[in-house]
Design a protein around this ligand. Structure first.
Ligand SMILES: Nc1ncnc2c1ncn2[C@@H]1O[C@H](COP(=O)(O)OP(=O)(O)OP(=O)(O)O)[C@@H](O)[C@H]1O
Ligand SMILES: [Mg+2]
Length: 315
């Protein structure tokens, strides 16, 4: 189902104007030079549209995309079997590329640099390196953790894009488009309310739309009036800005402790550091509920007012 909501033309891919503008230039240039696109890497937090961009490029270029996931690529043979099945002009998409093994990275270096596969055949004394020229194809990779990639590896991607944050207008458009795909007409004012609960992340917005649609289909609500939407969010355990119980735990912990480091927060609320950094704090920072100081995280006045307003609902 989730694939149905992925953009299949430029106009459906909302926001990220700078990235899109530059990508279009790369595509135009490659067509004029009759070449495939250079290796591309997309980075940015989860749910922001990296995988969707790779899919969209395959649609735009009208070519097949072979998809592999970093964590499932461990032995070189896992990658070699994919590489040998790729044909001229096609796309290889490696998602979550920061989690491929070191051995896989070794296979990728000559592929990125010279478009060739270097494999060692035989054992020890009898081994020899065999080079196989690969067809011209495009490698696209995506990562949520670009810092984990070694510099020489990153260097081999001439096209690098870090996805930027979205604003409420972007989210409103994505919500309207998603309801359109479900053949449901939504008013802009209603979409704006849902956008406010989307943490400024497209995937969160799309998931909210699916859940709200469940309530419509099962006639738990008749329409998308503000009152109904707020009721649905309450059923889903969501607070203003789309925060949930865990987010509130984080904020109340800060209220009690004044200033805390990331490590202490992670321990107290029992959530991994990366989850806090990637999925929780971005919305707290954007809505100015917290600030990061040299000594640690602190609640702002706005954060304190937020908790005061929402404390009765929090258990
Ligand atoms: N700019 C956008 N315009 C329209 N829809 C978008 C946009 N960005 C993301 N989406 C939608 O949000 C959902 C999540 O996007 P996507 O899977 O591309 O995120 P991701 O960055 O690859 O996340 P992850 O790092 O978790 O893999 C998809 O359903 C996609 O269609
Ligand atoms: Mg993805």
């Amino acid at each position: 189902m989730s694939n149905d909501f992925r953009p299949s033309k430029w106009s459906e891919y909302i926001g990220q104007e700078k990235v899109i503008k530059n990508l279009k230039i790369c595509i135009e240039s490659s067509i004029k030079q009759n070449k495939v696109l250079d290796p591309i890497i997309f980075s940015g937090p989860s749910g922001m549209g990296k995988t969707s961009l790779a899919y969209l490029l395959s649609k735009i270029l009208k070519t097949k995309i072979h998809i592999v996931n970093g964590p499932s690529l461990q032995r070189p043979s896992d990658l070699i079997s994919v590489l040998t099945s790729i044909k001229e002009n096609q796309i290889l998409f490696i998602d979550e590329v920061h989690s491929v093994s070191k051995d896989i990275m070794e296979v990728l270096y000559p592929v990125l640099e010279e478009n060739k596969l270097s494999i060692i055949i035989g054992k020890e004394y009898n081994s020899k390196i065999v080079n196989i020229k690969l067809p011209n194809f495009t490698i696209i990779t995506a990562t949520t953790e670009i810092n984990k990639l070694p510099f020489p590896f990153l260097n081999r991607f001439p096209i690098q894009f870090e996805l930027e944050g979205y604003n409420h207008d972007d989210l409103t458009k994505i919500i309207i488009n998603t309801f359109n795909k479900l053949q449901y007409k939504i008013e802009i004012e209603q979409a704006k309310i849902i956008a406010k609960f989307s943490r400024l992340v497209p995937r969160v917005a799309i998931n909210l739309v699916k859940r709200i649609y469940d309530f419509l289909i099962t006639e738990k609500i008749k329409d998308l009036s503000e009152k109904n939407l707020i009721w649905v969010f309450k059923q889903m355990g969501l607070y203003e800005y789309g925060l949930n119980e865990k987010d509130l735990d984080y904020l109340f912990t800060l209220l009690e402790n004044n200033t805390l480091s990331l490590d202490s927060l992670a321990q107290i609320i029992n959530v991994p550091n990366q989850t806090i950094l990637n999925n929780m704090e971005p919305i707290f920072l954007k809505e100015r509920l917290i600030i990061k100081t040299g000594r640690g995280r602190q609640l702002t006045n706005k954060g304190k007012i937020y908790l005061e307003k929402n404390k009765n609902q929090h258990i």
